[in-house]
Design a protein around this ligand. Structure first.
Ligand code: COA
Length: 181
């Protein structure tokens, strides 16, 4: 597959999405261990629909996460709900290749995307939502400087239990302080 080094971090780089990766994405998005964290476990994701979806995503600020050492696709991250007037956005990420979990790739990819969002898209605030059971994601987001700003309580019903939707955000100057220290 062909990837392009748009944003380069320590462990990975972010490239425009290659829609020919739809089969790999379809495999990941049928893995409940991954999709339960994304709120996507109730959807049906087939090859053709995933390709169409990737086509749409590839025209917006969504990027493939590529391992620098091997040039292989390991996941995806991007901005959504971009508000160009108030200059804010939501951010999201998943690493589909589970061999790469807990090795700092998620934090590295998020920091690159956040830097791009603040430096080039001129965002003032970036926000995200995460399920309260997703301790790994929250630990990674805290390393990127995100702080919890509130919870929608008991809004997620999964595994026979209720969980919260946790909201976290960061301002541009807070991020700049973090990366310059
Ligand atoms: C969430 C995700 C992007 C994080 O990326 P990652 O590369 O695995 O995360 P990192 O290695 O950068 O950081 C994870 C941190 O969580 C810690 N962690 C892992 N499991 C944990 C747990 N159960 N409780 C607390 N901390 C935990 C790790 O030790 C690590 O912290 P450290 O570097 O201080 O040791 C990735 O795991 C993923 O895509 N998961 C599946 C999909 C998903 O959850 N997406 C996010 C939806 S909001």
């Amino acid at each position: 597959m062909r990837y392009f080094k748009k944003l380069v971090g320590e462990k990975c780089y972010l490239s425009p999405i290659n829609i020919d990766d739809h089969e790999q994405y379809t495999e990941w998005l049928n893995d409940l261990e991954i999709t339960s964290n994304l709120g996507a476990s109730r959807g049906v994701i087939a090859l053709n629909t995933e390709r169409e979806y990737l086509e749409k995503l590839s025209r917006e600020h969504n990027y493939a996460i590529i391992d620098k050492e091997t040039d292989t696709l390991i996941g995806n991250c991007g901005f959504h709900k971009i508000d160009t007037i108030s200059r804010n956005a939501e951010i999201g990420i998943f690493i589909g290749n589970k061999d790469f979990w807990d090795r700092g790739y998620g934090t590295d990819a998020m920091k690159q995307l956040m830097k791009y969002g603040f430096d080039h898209l001129n965002f003032r605030n970036i926000m995200l939502k995460v399920f309260s059971f997703n301790e790994r994601a929250m630990a990674s987001y805290r390393k990127c400087g995100f702080k919890e700003i509130g919870r929608r309580r008991n809004s997620i019903l999964m595994y026979g239990k209720e969980y919260d939707d946790v909201m976290m955000d960061i301002l541009d100057d807070e991020f700049r302080k973090l990366i310059n220290n």
